[in-house]
Design a protein around this ligand. Structure first.
Ligand code: NAP
Length: 441
């Protein structure tokens, strides 16, 4: 064995959905991996909570002493697949401080601690890779940090949460309401016992923070991301969306905005939005993910595939592990954190979007013009109005439903309009306010 073929010691933290697949690939593809890296990978140990026989791995490979495992002299690379924040953060910091490179899939951690972890990697001059933290198997971090490193990214928008995309696709295709679509997603294993992180948009917001940071060379954390979940989306919204030639998707949108005087800001936001059926993201159904990147010179690029699951996520982790191992063998490092642009974060109030507003109103003359007046007073221009009768449980007409679609307006103007509409005697309820993306009229 030459010196360059000295084995690369790997510690894997976590032996769950992703960790067990990573260990499987390291073992089953050992020969190919060694040829690609220029040295064999050797699994030194696997960190878990529960050390036991019959876990599909020799028990002497398992340990619950994470700090000891990452500190071993014969460990060169630590692959963190425990989630969510602690003890993952501490284990990664210990590893980096001791000169080990780190690969992680932990979006919750990267969305709050990238700065601290990137600095530790910089101090130790080692790698910190996290391709699997956004959109599972889909390569999107590497295209942004490497392939597009010479271009100027304008916008990154996508469907980055498979659970919510499954629920919304079910609602769209079957007419199911939110509660039964969520129950289906849970029964099929697409939703966790506590689905809050997915359905309230926290998971997508963490990914938006990571994407915005990389795309715009600015540190963006989860707290900077405006977030709305999907729990209020109704089957009536899907009916209206269909009538407008749209579907509804939970979108993560990261944009570089340029003001009148050329000043630039970053907007990162997550919300359910109407998307026209001919938009590429409208065709992304079930648990799939997709990310559309718009760059100045490259134009529009679309990345599509499996955004979660043990094996698909392990594929992205393995890509990072091979890169980190090659760097160990050949010398050199992967891309460092790039935060030179330091762009300010734009508040949601100034973001121009189109809106869809659905409200139940009294069924009498003059209602439509009173509603239109409130939009007009705040310069929110109306693009389309639909009105339909509402019947009670006995089939008697008891009011009307008005759906208004606006041209682009700021969030602040729209919020004021909705507050004023809610105060009108003739408006019984504001059913929904959703944004419309993918059209700029
Ligand atoms: P998982 O199935 O819940 O597995 C977690 C593993 O970590 C388990 O083996 C668990 O040990 C171990 N662990 C948890 N807390 C620990 C602690 N305090 N000390 C020691 N070991 C601990 O999780 P997963 O689905 O594989 O996800 C792993 C990471 O990948 C997370 O950061 C997740 O966000 C990310 N990710 C997952 C997916 C996906 O599709 N699953 C996709 C993209 C990213 P025991 O087995 O003993 O309980």
């Amino acid at each position: 064995m030459t010196d360059s073929e000295k084995p690369i010691g790997v510690a894997v933290l976590g032996y769950g959905n992703v960790g067990s697949q990573v260990v499987r690939i390291i073992e089953q593809s050992a020969r190919d991996l060694a040829a690609r890296i220029g040295a064999p990978l050797e699994l030194r140990g696997v960190g878990v909570r529960r050390v036991a026989e019959n876990r599909g791995i020799p028990v002497d490979k398992l340990t619950d002493n994470i700090e000891e495992l990452v500190s071993r002299d014969d460990v060169d690379i630590v692959v963190e697949l425990m989630g969510p924040v602690e003890p993952a953060r501490k284990a990664i910091l210990t590893a980096l401080e001791q000169g080990k490179s780190v690969v992680t899939a932990n979006k919750a951690l990267m969305a709050v601690s990238t700065g601290e972890l990137a600095q530790a990697a910089e101090n130790a001059r080692v790698d910190l890779y996290f391709e699997a933290a956004v959109a599972g198997a889909i390569p999107v971090i590497r295209p942004l940090t490497q392939s597009l490193a010479g271009d100027s990214v304008l916008r990154v928008a996508g469907i980055v949460n498979g659970t919510t995309n499954y629920i919304l696709s079910e609602m769209d295709s079957t007419g199911a309401d939110y509660t039964s679509a969520l129950a289906d997603a849970s029964a099929l294993g697409y939703a966790e016992a506590d689905p809050t992180a997915d359905v309230e948009g926290y998971d997508a917001a963490a990914k938006a923070a990571i994407l915005a940071s990389i795309a715009f060379h600015t540190r963006v954390t989860a707290d900077d991301v405006y977030r709305e979940g999907i729990t209020k989306v109704s089957s009536a919204d899907f009916e209206s969306a269909k009538a407008l030639g749209c579907t509804i998707k939970l979108l993560a949108i990261c944009e570089r905005l340029t003001g009148d005087k050329g000043q630039q800001r970053v907007s990162a936001r997550v919300y359910p939005a109407l998307v026209p059926l001919d938009h590429p993201l409208a065709a992304v159904n079930g648990a799939f993910n997709a990310v559309v990147v718009e760059a100045e010179a490259a134009g529009r690029l679309m990345f599509y595939g499996q955004g979660a699951g043990g094996a698909p996520t392990a594929s992205a982790v393995m890509g990072d592990l091979v890169m980190a191992a090659r760097n160990r063998v050949q010398g050199g490092r992967g891309p460092r954190e790039s935060k030179y642009a330091k762009l300010p974060i734009a508040p949601i109030g100034i973001i121009p979007t189109r809106y869809y507003v659905s409200m139940n109103v009294a069924d009498r003359s003059g209602v439509l013009s009173a509603v239109a007046d409130e939009f007009g007073k705040r310069d929110v221009s109306i693009a389309q109005v639909r009105q339909e009768g509402v019947v009670d449980e006995f089939g008697q007409r008891c009011g009307a439903r008005i759906v208004v679609v606006t041209h682009q307006a700021t969030d602040a103007a729209l919020s004021e309009t909705v507050a004023a509409l809610a105060d009108l005697d003739i408006v019984q309820t504001i059913n929904s306010v959703l944004r419309m993306e993918g059209t700029t009229e």
